[in-house]
Write a protein that binds this ligand. Structure first.
Ligand code: 4NP
Length: 144
């Protein structure tokens, strides 16, 4: 199972979802590969935002080794599931149109709500972490 988490910058929300779900899958012995990508390319090659690294570390998860990448059309065929952190991300993915032989099922990470963007609000990192952790627990149950 390959899963791609997508947000805008690939330095805050999707790296957290990537790190948390990979950690949970590994703990359960599931052979899942999780990656993450950003709609925008501003941070390509960079590690996650230091606030995302810190909140993950406070919960025992190390995401320092991640490097941001920009979403590419070939990702549509490389993953079983693509999860968008907010509706703008989802719209952007859908607007690219389905590619031939598209493999991925594309959906909102939270079924009918959004993960708020914490980039401009330091206080959102912990609540975002909690949302991500709760949903990753559900995804492990639903998809395993
Ligand atoms: P993310 O947060 O989408 O959760 O990684 C953002 C990070 C950077 C920017 C926007 C959102 N930015 O505009 O650079």
């Amino acid at each position: 199972m390959n899963i791609l988490m997508v947000c805008l910058g690939n330095i805050c929300r999707s790296p957290l979802a990537h790190g948390v779900l990979q950690h949970m899958a590994n703990q359960r012995g599931l052979n899942w590969t999780i990656e993450s990508a950003g709609i925008g390319g501003w941070h390509v090659g960079n590690p996650p935002d230091h606030r995302a690294i810190m909140v993950a570390k406070q919960h025992g998860i190390d995401i320092r080794q991640q490097r941001a990448q920009q979403f590419r059309d070939d990702h549509f065929d490389a993953f079983d599931h693509i999860f968008a952190m907010d509706r703008a991300n989802l719209r952007n993915l859908m607007a690219r149109g389905k590619t031939a032989g598209q493999r991925a099922r594309i959906q909102l990470f939270l079924e009918d709500s959004e993960v708020p963007d914490p980039y401009y609000d330091n206080h959102l990192f912990e609540p975002v972490y909690q949302l991500v952790q709760q949903r990753c627990n559900e995804l492990i149950e639903i998809l395993s």
